[in-house]
Design a protein around this ligand. Structure first.
Ligand code: IDP
Ligand code: MG
Length: 151
């Protein structure tokens, strides 16, 4: 069974609106393993590193202001195809276009307040996990329901 890891960030709007447990609960209910989690303020430097690909975009400075505006929760998830599965659960970037049942659809109204980040590829997952977690902060543990989650 090929396991991979991905990075999720519950953005300041998700924290302020009291959705930490609801959103984390969705991943737990799905059968995804949480292997690291913590709360922190993202410093400007780290925000720039994390969103480096968007440096030239018109929304970049607003995005950096937003992600640094309050505490976030950073979470490492593990599972089979977990990068793709998580992106599907998160939904389209614009909550107005996200499918019902996705996190962004169900909790969001605006593209600039879309609650959650999730890595979009194995390369970005590795880069982003390295930005937010030291190797020893990732907890390798045995999920005792795996026999009932995966064939
Ligand atoms: P993603 O988060 O779905 O991967 P990206 O295109 O990588 O979407 O954009 C990163 C983040 O930048 C989005 O999650 C959103 O917070 C913000 N963003 C993207 N496009 C816009 C926009 O048009 N206006 C405001 N914020 C935007
Ligand atoms: Mg992205």
């Amino acid at each position: 069974m090929e396991q991979e890891k991905t990075l999720v960030i519950l953005k300041p709007d998700a924290v302020q609106r009291g959705f930490i447990s609801k959103i984390l609960g969705r991943f737990e209910e799905k059968g995804i393993k949480i292997v690291a989690l913590k709360m922190l303020f993202v410093e400007k430097d780290r925000a720039h590193k994390h969103y480096a690909d968007h440096k030239e975009k018109p929304f970049f400075s607003g995005l950096v202001d937003f992600i640094t505006s309050g505490p976030v929760c950073v979470i490492a998830l593990e599972g089979e195809d977990v990068i793709e599965v998580t992106r599907n659960m998160v939904g389209a970037t614009d909550p107005k276009k996200a499918q019902p049942g996705t996190i962004r659809h169900d909790f969001g109204m605006h593209i600039g307040r879309n609650l959650i980040h999730a890595s979009d590829s194995p390369e970005s997952a590795k880069k982003e996990l390295d930005i937010f977690f030291k190797k020893e902060e990732i907890v390798e543990w045995e999920h005792n329901q795996y026999t009932w989650v995966y064939e």
